[in-house]
Design a protein around this ligand. Structure first.
Ligand SMILES: [Zn+2]
Length: 203
């Protein structure tokens, strides 16, 4: 059963781009979450505060080979997420939790049914900004996530002017910034949906 998170308190840390020396978009940092475990379908051990904070504050890419900064190749089995490219993302990156909400996607069958793969820099934006397809389709631009989070953040528009020629370093910087922004947006959407659920659906 899902652990419900009530009112996660997010703050933002502003950081400076080491390359350009300018302020870049804020990175969301969870100060703490109240956790409530409930449900009729079963129980899941409550996660400790430190476990949960680690899950929701770290970029998933730091755990990828080469810190997610070197190309890893792209999925080959594109016809089915759970049987194909989702499994390939897990094997290439070691990721097993939703990149946005931190829930395990492998600890039981019901969670596994929610497995989705998200392009952090969306494919449509990659095409518009003339980012090399090799970068957009690489494992370093893919994260596992739950179908709920995947539906919350898939209309993302990049406002930046693209460089005349993309380097891998440019792309990784853009990916990290977009991930942080989408993480914040998806957390807000989840909170709004939870309020609707509490009001309209909860038995
Ligand atoms: Zn999720």
């Amino acid at each position: 059963m899902w652990a419900r998170r009530l009112s996660p308190r997010l703050s933002c840390q502003t950081r400076r781009s080491p390359r350009a020396g300018r302020l870049v978009n804020p990175v969301p940092v969870a100060r703490g979450c109240d956790i409530q475990v409930s449900g009729k379908l079963g129980t899941m051990p409550a996660k400790s505060f430190l476990q949960l904070r680690r899950e929701v504050t770290e970029s998933p890419f730091t755990a990828y080979p080469s810190g997610g900064k070197a190309l890893l190749g792209s999925p080959k089995r594109l016809d089915n997420c759970r049987h194909g490219y989702g499994l390939e993302v897990r094997d290439a990156t070691g990721q097993t939790t939703c990149a946005y909400c931190g829930e395990s996607l492998v600890d039981d069958y019901r969670h596994w049914l929610l497995v989705a793969v998200d392009h952090v820099v969306p494919s449509s934006e990659g095409k518009r900004l003339r980012i090399p397809r090799q970068f957009i389709g690489d494992f370093i631009n893919l994260v596992l996530c739950c179908s709920g989070c995947n539906g919350f953040g898939n209309r993302y528009h990049v406002a930046d002017e693209p460089p005349s020629e993309w380097t891998l370093e440019d792309f990784v910087a853009l990916r990290d910034r977009i991930f942080a922004e989408r993480y914040r947006l998806i957390a807000a959407r989840r909170e709004g949906e939870q309020a609707f659920y509490e009001k309209s659906w909860r038995p």
